[in-house]
Design a binder for this molecule. Structure first.
Ligand code: CA
Length: 238
């Protein structure tokens, strides 16, 4: 049991299908979260702006303002606010664009409740990731590039930009273990907090995104390497 002193995590559920929204609220509340509902994209942003929430579960197709617009707007202000996106049936394009827009994770409808609860738990277990495990320096330099794990800012092939929370976690894990292959399973478990047998495309999307940011030639990476049958490895001598 959680101690009563632990503050309940607050989740904003943005979903226009009333009965799905109600079901989510019921089940998340039963798990010990404090849940509010928003029925469209504009209400989602209003809720986000209150600063009261620890994360958002965001449907992609919404009235007034779509989920992609919502997550893009949030990312302009805040790179770390966690967003779990719900997408329609196996639309690969939707998933890719949701992740491109800055969602941390996604789940395809119809989803299994235990899986949703697992993802939410993983997202909220972010803890003090900034403090670990790159201990030697807060800012890590490689060639003319750098990542600042304190602020989430980075400098890549096209200048300065801001990493999302998940992107920074992946970089952190790979860099702290540079010269060594980190398995897909470990990345999925440590970054997303779920068992690796569920979705593996998520990781591929993030790796190709990071290569686009940092590699001169993303097709022929020199920093974030694929090690066949082992996983991914950050270049050893950086
Ligand atoms: Ca919808």
């Amino acid at each position: 049991m959680e101690s009563t002193e632990t503050k309940k995590k607050r989740i904003l559920v943005v979903e226009d299908e009333a009965h799905l929204a109600k079901g989510l609220k019921f089940n998340l509340t039963r798990e010990g979260y404090d849940v509010e509902l928003a029925g469209d994209g504009e209400l989602a942003l209003e809720g986000y702006k209150t600063g009261e929430f620890d994360m958002m579960i965001l449907d992609l197709m919404l009235p007034r303002l779509g989920g992609l617009e919502v997550v893009r707007t949030i990312r302009q202000n805040d790179v770390r606010f966690p967003v779990l996106m719900l997408t329609a049936r196996s639309a690969d394009e939707d998933r890719a664009s949701g992740l491109e827009a800055g969602a941390d994770d996604y789940l395809t409808k119809p989803f299994h409740l235990p899986e949703l609860l697992l993802r939410v738990k993983g997202i909220l277990r972010r803890g003090d990731w900034y403090k670990e495990p790159v201990r030697e320096k807060e800012v890590f330099h490689f060639d003319d590039r750098w990542v600042n794990f304190g602020t989430g800012r980075a400098f890549g092939s096209s200048g300065e930009f801001v990493l999302t929370h998940k992107e920074a976690m992946i970089m952190n894990l790979l860099i702290s273990r540079r010269g060594e292959a980190v398995s897909r399973e470990e990345l999925l478990e440590k970054v997303w907090g779920f068992r690796p047998d569920t979705e593996t495309r998520t990781l591929d999307n993030f790796i190709s995104r990071l290569r686009k940011y940092f590699e001169k030639k993303p097709q022929n990476p020199e920093y974030i390497l694929t090690v066949r049958e082992k996983g991914y490895q950050f270049r050893a001598d950086a």
